[in-house]
Write a protein that binds this ligand. Structure first.
Ligand code: PFF
Length: 448
């Protein structure tokens, strides 16, 4: 595609909506509550908040700068700026593949819950929500719905960035806020909900600052902000030259944070009210949230609207990592967008089926486990290894490898914007963010 013919996102609001559409999804609504539930609730929340500001936002800005400057897919972008650094783009492509391997499956779960809410099945069944979830897992439907989700994503991506992606984000985001707020208010009146607020909002500082909690929180920040694997590079390649990168990154991050907070304020009171465990794991929202709806009049209707929104939020995220791969295949192999999207979707189906149907035994460096699912491996490797390392090297790249003025020029749009935070951002990118990621990384490997 020639420079001027390359698509771009519309006005200021659209850019924020589209990038927030990528960021807000299962990360905030599904992964955040279950990981926070496993790592002490409030303790996790504090470290997560810090991670967003200390590592998430600077790394997002670095990705925006690389993408907008080069106007290329993740691999092409790094290569254009420095031939020696194109491997960093491949790190992104690999990360997108791993996320592809499990995200569609969980997104498919939300489709099952949408259908079962709309038909009333979820609330008329005599068995508990925990048992319903287990029965669903043992059926053919997780694979089926994952494939349906891939098809939905394919249709939107194949239509192109302006029409498909922008439209989907514009409608879904405000609706998501409204329903989360209604649910947060409703859950406050459920018996014993106070225990949930205590768990989520009253921290035990000792528990908070362990290297494992910090690593999980940093991983969650990257996953949730879609940073560290070329996604924001790819999206920023469609930004206009006059977009304010700092305010865009702040808006996107604050919106993501808000949805995560709201999700916590809905889930944890409900967990304690229903006598369930916050450390339940990946099934947490699928067995807890129906408990809230069951206690409300018109349970099926509320539940349908909610799972519809989870599905739409997931869709604006699946579109974004599909786009990382579609842009990569199309531009790097000189294919049409359609073929780039087709190849991506075919790989997505294969990876999803692998995850649904295969488990393996693990025996490496003295760590042994049997019956490991690809879902856990893909999730762990992408959020806790590839994304932090990708983000760390992107910070090093923009702050040390590119010429000195690179970030200043991108942040101020070549002098046309005043930016008081610029020196802070540059300092963070040079020292704080990469060193912190490196430190936590080594600490967790037991090297420090
Ligand atoms: N940020 C998305 C979410 O929280 O659901 C997931 C995601 C999308 C991660 C795109 C990475 C990515 F490149």
């Amino acid at each position: 595609m020639s420079e001027d013919k390359r698509a771009s996102f519309g006005g200021k609001l659209s850019v924020v909506l589209v990038a927030a559409g990528s960021a807000i999804g299962l990360g905030a609504l599904w992964r955040f509550p279950y990981i926070a539930g496993k790592h002490g609730g409030a303790a996790f929340l504090i470290v997560f908040l810090l991670s967003i500001f200390v590592v998430g936002i600077p790394a997002m800005l670095a990705e925006f700068a690389v993408g907008r400057k080069s106007r290329k897919n993740a691999v092409g972008a790094f290569r254009q700026l420095s031939k020696k650094w194109s491997w960093l783009g491949y790190n992104g492509v690999l990360g997108a593949l791993l996320i592809t391997g499990f995200y569609y499956i969980v997104a498919g779960w939300s489709l099952e819950y949408l259908v079962n809410s709309a038909t009333g099945l979820l609330y008329s069944s005599p068995v508990s929500f925990t048992e319903q979830f287990a029965a669903f897992q043992a059926s053919w439907r997780p694979a089926f719905y994952a494939v349906v989700f891939i098809l939905l994503t394919h249709i939107i991506v194949a239509r192109g960035v302006e029409k498909g992606i922008e439209k989907a984000s514009r409608i879904m985001m405000p609706a998501l806020f409204v329903i989360l707020i209604i649910m947060a208010v409703r859950v406050a009146f459920m018996p014993n909900s106070i225990e949930g607020y205590r768990f989520f909002l009253s921290p035990n500082f000792k528990e908070a600052f362990t290297s494992e909690t910090i690593m999980m929180a940093i991983g969650q920040a990257f996953f949730s902000l879609s940073v560290g694997m070329g996604c924001m590079v790819t999206y920023a390649s469609y930004f206009k030259k006059n977009n304010n990168l700092v305010s865009t990154s702040l808006n996107v991050s604050l919106l993501t944070l808000l949805v995560s907070l709201l999700a916590g304020l809905v889930i944890f009171p409900a967990v304690f009210s229903a006598g369930l465990q916050p450390a339940e794991g990946p099934s947490l929202i699928f067995i807890t949230l129906p408990e809230i709806f069951k206690a409300m009049p018109l349970a099926s209707l509320w539940s349908t609207v909610f799972f519809l929104l989870v599905m739409l939020a997931s869709l604006t995220s699946t579109i974004s990592f599909h786009e990382v791969l579609t842009a990569y295949f199309a531009e790097e192999f000189k294919l049409s967008r359609k073929w780039g999207a087709r190849i991506t979707s075919a790989i997505s189906v294969l990876l999803s089926l692998l995850t649904v149907y295969c488990v393996f035994d693990f025996d490496f460096l003295g760590v042994k486990a049997t019956g490991v699912s690809f879902m856990d491996v893909f999730d762990y490797v992408s959020a806790n290894i590839l994304m932090p390392l990708g983000a760390m090297f992107t910070c090093i790249f923009v702050a040390w490898v590119m010429e000195r003025n690179f970030m200043r020029d991108e942040i101020t749009n070549y002098g046309s914007l005043k930016s008081y935070v610029m020196p802070v951002v540059v300092f963070m990118l040079r020292y704080v963010t990469p060193l912190l990621i490196l430190y936590i990384f080594f600490k967790n490997l037991g090297i420090l």
